[in-house]
Design a protein around this ligand. Structure first.
Ligand code: SAH
Length: 238
């Protein structure tokens, strides 16, 4: 995990030996399970360290270090746990919900969180469009994260309903995203969000340009959002 350790240092993060061991087991289990369950296209040891683990930790750039145990974070469309699990390894005190529509991926998430000894992780199987209407989830999170799930106009409909007013949504994006961000401005506004900015992540570890789109929740989301499963992606609020 040397590449991860050095990359994290450039983000101002000193990973401890016990944390690096957790990442090492995460890597081994991910690659092992990936033979049976489709979890990731990236399996090379160096690439997983950078493209999955370090990339997840870049989110810390847009968050204050969580104070106390009251911070509740949800990772929408977490897949194999990215970026939620790396952040949980970084900040063991956070309460984390990993949400994904696929039950097979959830089986891996149960396995890996037990294996890594992570407490305070809830694994929820379901579509964001439905789960976001449940009272225990709606506007209950101080931090909402999502990587590689949908284009920003649809994505904000899948994520901002989870975010408490005063909370923050961070989307991980790649490349030139100015148009995508502009296209999402109506959706952001409708859902009660306010664009704070786009943070560039320029680390030599990444060949491509990585961005964090930072959106604060400033007003409640109207009850009708998110719309029915599939509709946010099919007919984004542009
Ligand atoms: N965030 C992970 C996985 C990205 S793949 C990573 O960056 O590696 C997209 C994941 O989002 C898939 O696992 C898929 O099942 C999930 N997903 C897509 N749409 C969803 C929705 N509407 N609700 C919940 N999960 C969804």
């Amino acid at each position: 995990m040397e590449k991860l350790r050095l990359g994290a240092q450039k983000l101002g993060i000193e990973l401890q030996p016990a944390q690096l061991e957790q990442f090492e087991s995460y890597y081994r289990e991910l690659v092992d399970w990936n033979r049976r369950v489709n979890l990731t296209a990236i399996t090379d040891y160096a690439e997983v360290q950078l493209k999955h683990f370090l990339d997840s930790l870049t989110v810390a750039r847009a968050l204050a270090e969580p104070a106390g145990k009251d911070i509740r974070l949800i990772d929408v469309g977490t897949g194999a746990g990215i970026p939620g699990i790396p952040l949980k390894i970084l900040w063991p005190e956070i309460r984390l919900v990993l949400l994904d529509a696929t039950a097979k991926k959830a089986r891996f998430l149960h396995h890996i969180t037990a294996q890594l000894g992570l407490d305070g992780v809830e694994i929820t199987v379901g579509r964001a469009e439905e789960v976001a209407h449940q009272p225990d989830y709606r506007e209950r999170f101080g931090v909402v994260l999502s990587r590689a799930v949908a284009g920003l106009p649809a994505l904000v409909e899948l994520t901002l309903p989870f975010c408490a007013v005063g909370g923050r949504f961070i989307a991980q994006k790649k490349g030139d995203i100015e148009d995508e961000v502009n296209q999402a401005s109506r959706a952001i506004d409708r859902l009660g969000g306010k664009l704070v900015g786009v943070e560039k992540i320029d680390l030599p570890e990444f060949a491509d340009q990585r961005r964090l789109v930072i959106i604060d929740k400033v007003a409640p989301t109207p009850e009708k959002y998110p719309r029915r499963p599939g509709i946010p992606v099919k007919r984004p609020l542009v």
